[in-house]
Design a protein around this ligand. Structure first.
Ligand code: SF4
Length: 261
């Protein structure tokens, strides 16, 4: 039984590895589609089919864990609704992948500002990123968005992340530097888009690459197996940093109201 479990975990990891390797190929050909139309088509087909398979396996984990761990039911159900709606339902219904930006707002991504993103998605994503997330965080703290809503770190740490038990802590120092630097990059990008809208194309290309390396390839292939399900949240995520800043602001203003000088 143990051996079967190990084989399953290896095959699952391998599926993530080939899927996100196909995405590297896709990203390279997307930079210059005229050198590889056919290859781009193949990479796209492979990537989307593998991603669909991953989503189905994750749905299987959700059902298994809901049955096995009653204490985690509420969180799993809410996370699954958030994840599957932005990853599968909205993109299929609107026939447009950019609707994922609803729960991947700034500073998680610049997708909402991409010229290809529909205006309605930009508007909703901005409302969520700039108003709803701060309000949820002020009310429930970091566990609001990062515990029950985020379709990325929160969802995958509760599903794929639960399969791996090893937690190597040797890279914890990174969390002091990378999230604030990443957040500063996203803030500078936002200001640049507001004041110089023509910069969006270049910024989006860089942000897509940074996101792919940190939130996808490194997170799924290296970090989750070695450092645990929350590794992207602690080591990289600019959204997590944003949420933590709001929590700090809330705690500070709470203290100053309690101790007026
Ligand atoms: S830290 Fe980032 S990835 Fe993790 S749960 Fe929060 S927003 Fe999601």
């Amino acid at each position: 039984m143990k051996k079967l479990k190990k084989i399953f975990i290896f095959l699952l990891w391998f599926l993530f590895f080939v899927t996100f390797t196909a995405e590297i190929v896709k990203l390279i050909f997307e930079q210059n589609p005229e050198i590889g139309h056919k290859q781009l088509g193949l990479a796209n087909a492979f990537f989307w089919s593998s991603l669909f398979l991953i989503e189905m396996i994750m749905a299987g984990f959700v059902i298994t864990f809901i049955v096995k761990y009653p204490s985690r039911r509420k969180r799993l159900v809410i996370l699954s609704v958030c994840h599957f709606s932005v990853i599968l339902l909205f993109p299929v219904v609107f026939n447009d992948w950019s609707w994922t930006c609803l729960l991947y707002p700034w500073p998680h991504s610049l997708q909402a500002f991409d010229p290809m993103t529909p205006k309605a998605a930009l508007l909703l994503s901005s409302v969520i990123g700039f108003f709803i997330v701060p309000l949820i965080t002020l009310k429930w703290g970091a566990k609001g968005f990062c515990g029950y809503i985020c379709p990325h770190g929160a969802f995958f740490s509760e599903t794929y992340g639960r399969v791996f038990s090893k937690r190597f802590r040797g890279v914890d120092w990174m969390k002091r530097y990378i999230p604030p630097i990443y957040f500063m990059f996203m803030t500078a990008s936002l200001l640049s888009i507001i004041f110089f809208p023509y910069t969006i194309t270049q910024l989006r290309t860089v942000q897509k690459m940074v996101y792919f390396i940190t939130a996808e390839f490194l997170y799924f292939v290296v970090c989750i197996p070695l450092f645990g399900g929350r590794s992207y949240c602690t080591l990289f995520c600019p959204m997590g940093y944003y949420v933590k800043r709001i929590v700090k602001f809330k705690n500070r203003s709470g203290k100053s109201t309690l101790n007026p000088k």
